[in-house]
Design a binder for this molecule. Sequence first.
Ligand code: HEM
Length: 148
Amino acid sequence: MTEDPKPLTVKKGRAELTLEQIAAALPIAEDSMFMIGEQWSTCVHAARGGNWRLATLCAKHVRKLINTFGMLNPHYAQGVETFKPLLEAVVSACEKRDAAAFEPAFKAATDAANAEHVGTGHGFVLWKIPPTHRGDLELGPIDLAPKG
Ligand code: HEM
């Protein structure tokens, strides 16, 4: 009888992890969505406050998080594809510092996200803009020159 081959492992600090352990450590849907909600909130408050570089950073962070969410949860990938162009309109408005374009783009993307929540059986997750930001970031204009 042949022995089972030793599972492939990767060192991380003092740990030696199998692929299964690495996969288990990846964010679950709930983790990704929690982080997306935080970034989305900062995005709108920063845009309204005039800190457009922070708003852009947050919108782009949502892009990265939603892509990872779609990759790790292929059963939600179609919903992610529907959401992506609406998110790009938000990113674009932030980059252009265009408050008039930002508001309808942000609303359209938020409405689409909430429609996805309904469509995925999570209609009880109705995201809305919090009246105030949690307060740990400057939301007003900070016009430092970009690096490089
Ligand atoms: C900016 C857009 C979005 C925001 C702000 C948002 C926000 C949230 C929040 C706050 C939750 C609850 C997380 C928690 O348990 O604490 C959630 C859950 C969820 N969202 Fe979103 N969401 C967005 C876009 C989407 C999109 C595009 C989809 C596409 C399918 C989606 C699918 C889901 C699903 C499936 C859950 C339930 C996750 C679970 O607990 O298993 N969301 N979302």
